[in-house]
Design a protein around this ligand. Structure first.
Ligand SMILES: Cc1cc2nc3c(=O)[nH]c(=O)nc-3n(C[C@H](O)[C@H](O)[C@H](O)COP(=O)(O)OP(=O)(O)OC[C@H]3O[C@@H](n4cnc5c(N)ncnc54)[C@H](O)[C@@H]3O)c2cc1C
Length: 357
């Protein structure tokens, strides 16, 4: 089976790898740079920390397992170590902990003393904190590259600088992709173009309801090892990469205390975040600004993933989601099985596009 994957972000890369593993002849086409879209701007947290809906939490728990299966070929881009979160506090945090633990996530509330033992360099430790020891993070760019390299080693082809502009149709079904470099026929087409998916799918008469949100991520210059966990405080979240960079973001940037600053005054916001980070890590010398990443989070209108075939456009498979770093390997596995084996996976039933009709 010949499959074209449009977009080489982390979702497209995971699909390409899983499809190649299933024996499909895969071509990934990328308009700009692999992992150059939302993926590069991501915080990279792999988590099942919130109960948005029970089925979505279940999917995220399965996603943690899928990352563990992918770990052998991802290498140091993947870092476990767990998360320490208290973005909410009091009863809200207790309910959050109870909800995810009831679904089977390893999650418990810890007090100040234990927090200090786990992260001694973080100032102003909380009285109550949610500890999820099985969560982790991926360096999203390196992980995408690793997934693409694994796909290529299985025979996948990658065409970079090749923009999909529309679709080929034959006997009423999608039969490939129109690109800047001419037509590319295929049996199936996966649309994993992130925030570009909406406009592209309109060419096939498919409406994707999206409410994308802005986000800002700050990288520091590399520092000696200081953090073992992802740390999520009410005003900032941060973690450390294998190369020493600290990666920081704001609570659901775009909806927090500094709403509006991301697109209006991103440099002022980055300076504010750097100050907060220095306050949180007072014993760490030389916290200096590295890259400031501004991005759009691909976000379906109800906040949940949109996955699977598109009714009325046979041959197309949709894969658009926020939390794509958490979900990528699992969605690749499930999507490849649905595409190649024709099996519908019940786990995706709540996430079909048809729910918007
Ligand atoms: C600030 C921020 C923080 C985040 N934090 C987290 C987090 O902690 N954990 C988490 O799980 N998720 C997080 N996310 C979300 C996550 O990063 C995204 O869900 C994920 O990166 C989406 O991946 P993607 O491959 O779908 O999209 P993208 O990475 O955007 O990739 C899509 C690719 O398609 C290409 N493309 C677009 N149109 C075309 C076309 N017509 N033809 C060919 N190619 C095309 C683009 O160039 C791009 O490379 C965060 C996002 C942001 C912005």
């Amino acid at each position: 089976m010949k499959v074209i994957v449009i977009g080489a972000g982390i979702i497209g890369a995971a699909f390409a790898h899983a499809l190649a593993r299933k024996g499909a002849a895969v071509t990934v086409i990328e308009a700009a740079r692999p992992a150059g879209g939302a993926t590069a701007k991501s915080f990279g947290w792999i988590n099942a920390n919130y109960v948005q809906t029970p089925t979505y939490l279940r999917l995220r728990l399965d996603a943690l397992e899928a990352w563990r299966r992918a770990a052998p070929f991802i290498g140091p881009a993947l870092r476990w170590g767990g998360s320490l979160a208290w973005e909410a506090g009091g009863a809200e945090l207790e309910a959050q902990a109870e909800g995810i633990a009831a679904a089977g996530h390893e999650a418990r509330l810890i007090g100040r003393e234990e927090f200090v033992r786990l992260e001694p360099d973080v100032a102003d430790p909380p009285d109550l904190c949610l500890h999820c020891p099985t969560e982790g993070a991926a360096d999203p760019v390196a992980a995408t590259e690793a997934l693409l390299a694994a796909a290529v080693s299985l025979g996948a082809e990658r065409l970079v600088g090749c923009r999909a502009s529309g679709f080929l149709k034959e006997s009423g079904r999608i039969a490939g992709v129109e690109t800047d470099f001419g037509p590319l026929p295929a049996d199936r087409v996966v649309v994993a173009a992130g925030v570009g998916s909406e406009a592209l799918l309109a060419q096939a008469g498919v409406r994707l309801p999206m409410e994308n949100r802005v986000g800002l991520i700050l990288h520091t210059r590399p520092l000696p090892p200081v953090l073992r966990h992802l740390v999520l405080t009410p005003e900032i979240h941060f973690r450390q990469e294998a190369d020493g960079r600290i990666v920081a973001g704001e609570l659901y940037s775009g909806g927090g205390a500094h709403e509006g600053m991301i697109d209006q005054e991103p440099r002022a916001l980055a300076a504010l975040m750097l100050e907060t980070l220095r306050r949180r890590l007072p014993g760490v010398a030389g916290i200096e600004q590295g890259a400031v990443m501004l991005g759009l989070r691909p976000t379906p209108a109800d906040g949940l993933p949109i996955l699977g075939p598109a009714r009325g456009a046979e041959g197309l498979y949709l894969a658009t989601t926020h939390s794509g770093v958490t979900l990528a390997p699992l969605l690749g596995e499930i999507g490849a099985a649905e595409i190649v084996d024709g099996e519908e996976d019940a786990r995706l039933a709540p996430f079909r596009l048809a729910r918007f009709n």
